[in-house]
Design a protein around this ligand. Structure first.
Ligand code: ATP
Length: 418
C-alpha cells in the first residue's frame, strides 16, 4: 500500500511500503538496526494492526557495484511513488557528474525544507550549563540561496562575460579586485521564501509552539536576505492573521499607542495561543542561542545560514553525532528522512557506529506519518538509556558514567526499553 497525499492531508495506510537506502560505510551497520527498532516500536504501539513493509532501493556504492550507476532511476521512482523514505549516509562519487547524491535527491523531488529538530538528551555531554533550554526546530530553505550552484571561476571567459555585463550594463564599480574575482549568484525568491515560512508556521501551530523566528542577514543583503524577512512577515500577516502576532504589529502598536499597549497586545495574543513571528540578524541569533536559547522555538532561515545554525545548535547539546534530519516538500508530501553524519569510513566494521542519527530521523518519519506513539516510544527509550549512561563509544566516552555498548548491543537495549 502506498502513502498518498489528499489535499492538505497525508493518507497513511496501516501497511505502507517505505523505501529505504541502506547507505555506504557504516550505513550497512546502522540501517538494519534502525529498521528492527522501528518495527518493534510500531508493533508494540499498535499490536500488529500497523506494520511497515520495507522496500530496499539502491543508491551510492552499493548501487554502483550492483547496477553500475550511483543513483538508479528506479530509486527516484520509488521515492516519487511512495512519498516517504529513509536513507543512510552516502558516499559522494568523485567525478561522476553528480555533485552529491543527497543534493540530487533533494532537487529531483524539490524537497524545499530541510528540517532539523535539536534537543538535548539528559546524560549526553554538552558544553552548556543549561542544555535543557535548547529545544528548537530549524526550517532551512533547501533549494535556493548560493547553494543554487551558479558561479564562475576567476579568469575564465564566462567570468569575463559576466563582468563585462555588470560593468557596462549595470554600472557596477564596487568589485574590489575584478581581474581576480570569482563570482556567484544568490537567488532568493518570494515563492521559495513563502513555502518555507508557511511550513515553519504550520509546524509551530501543529505542535503548539510559541514562536517562529526569521533568521537573516537583511541588514547587509537587502534584497535577498532582506526580502526573506519582508516576504516572511507579509506571508504570516496575509495567510495566518488569526493565528499569528508579528513583531511588526508589536512595533506598530508601540508607535501608535506606546509600549504598554504593545505589551498588552502581545500578552493577549500569546495567551490566546497565537504564534509570535519575529526576526533576528543571523550573527545576533548565534550569540543569543548561547545566552538565551529559551527564546527560540521554530527557526525559519535561508540555506547557508541554516547550514551553520544546524551544526552550531546540534553541537551545543552534544548532539552533532546523533542529530536527525528530514528533507520535505509539504505540498506534494514527499519526504526523505536521513542520518546527518557521513559514512564514517574510519570505524566501518568496528561495531562502533551510533545508530541514533538515523534512528531519530526514523522517529521524525513516524511522527510525519502520524504514528506518534511509536516515535514517542523510541524517544523515551533513548532518554532512559542515555540518562543511565548507556551509549555507543562516540557518546559514552564523554559521559560521566558512560557505559560503552556496541551498535547491536545498544540497539537491542533500545528495543528492550521500548
Ligand atoms: P564522509 O566522507 O562520508 O562525509 P567523514 O568521515 O568525512 O565521512 P563523518 O562520517 O561525518 O565524515 O565522520 C566524522 C567523524 O565522526 C568520524 O571520525 C567518524 O568516525 C565519526 N562518526 C560519524 N558518524 C558516526 C556515527 N554514526 N557513529 C559513530 N561515529 C561517527
Amino acid at each position: 500500500m502506498q502513502v498518498t497525499k489528499e489535499k492538505d492531508r497525508l493518507v497513511v495506510p496501516n501497511r505502507p511500503v517505505i523505501p529505504f537506502i541502506e547507505g555506504d560505510g557504516i550505513g550497512k551497520e546502522i540501517t538494519p538496526h534502525v529498521r528492527r527498532i522501528v518495527d518493534a516500536a510500531v508493533d508494540r504501539s499498535y499490536s500488529g494492526k500497523r506494520k511497515i513493509t520495507w522496500q530496499e532501493v539502491l543508491a551510492g556504492e552499493k548501487a554502483f557495484n550492483e547496477v553500475g550507476t550511483w543513483l538508479p532511476v528506479e530509486t527516484l521512482e520509488a521515492f516519487r511513488t511512495h512519498l516517504i523514505g529513509i536513507k543512510g549516509p552516502l558516499t559522494t562519487p568523485v567525478g561522476e557528474g553528480i555533485r552529491s547524491l543527497n543534493v540530487a535527491l533533494r532537487q529531483e523531488l524539490d524537497l524545499y525544507v530541510c528540517l532539523r529538530p535539536v534537543r538535548w538528551f539528559k546524560g549526553v555531554a554538552t558544553p552548556l550549563l543549561h542544555p535543557d533550554k535548547v529545544r528548537v526546530a530549524i526550517f532551512r530553505e533547501n533549494t535556493e540561496d548560493i547553494y543554487a550552484g551558479i558561479e564562475w571561476a576567476a579568469g575564465t571567459p564566462e567570468l569575463k562575460k559576466v563582468l563585462t555585463f555588470l560593468r557596462e550594463e549595470m554600472s557596477v564599480t564596487k568589485i574590489r579586485f575584478p581581474e581576480t574575482s570569482s563570482l556567484g549568484v544568490k537567488p532568493v525568491s518570494v515563492e521559495g521564501t513563502e513555502r518555507l515560512v508557511r511550513a515553519a508556521i504550520q509546524y509551530a501551530l501543529q505542535h503548539r509552539l510559541p514562536s517562529v523566528t526569521l533568521v537573516h542577514k537583511g541588514n547587509i543583503m537587502k534584497f535577498t536576505e532582506g526580502g526573506f524577512k519582508k516576504w516572511g512577515y507579509a506571508l504570516a500577516e496575509r495567510e495566518f492573521p488569526d493565528h499569528t502576532f508579528t513583531e511588526h504589529t508589536f512595533n506598530r502598536v508601540k508607535e501608535e499607542r506606546g509600549l504598554e499597549a504593545a505589551v498588552e497586545a502581545y500578552n493577549r495574543a500569546v495567551t490566546s495561543g497565537k504564534v509570535f513571528i519575529k526576526d533576528v540578524i543571523a550573527d545576533a541569533f548565534l550569540q543569543n542561542t548561547l545566552l538565551k536559547p529559551e527564546e527560540y522555538s521554530v527557526i525559519a532561515t535561508l540555506n547557508l545560514n541554516g547550514d551553520y545554525i544546524s551544526d552550531q545548535l546540534a553541537a551545543m547539546v552534544g548532539g552533532i553525532g546523533i542529530a536527525p534530519g528530514a528533507n520535505i516538500n509539504y505540498q506534494t508530501g514527499h519526504a526523505i528522512f536521513e542520518a546527518t553524519h557521513g559514512t564514517a569510513p574510519d570505524i566501518v566494521g568496528a561495531g562502533k557506529a551510533n545508530p541514533c542519527s538515523m534512528l531519530l530521523s526514523g522517529v521524525m518519519m513516524l511522527e510525519y506519518m502520524g504514528w506518534e506513539e511509536a516515535g514517542g516510544r523510541i524517544t523515551a527509550s533513548l532518554e532512559s538509556l542515555f540518562s543511565q549512561g548507556y551509549a555507543t563509544a562516540d557518546l559514552a566516552r564523554f559521559m560521566e558514567e558512560g557505559k560503552e555498548l556496541s551498535t547491536s548491543e545498544f540497539s537491542s537495549k533500545v528495543i528492550e526499553n521500548l
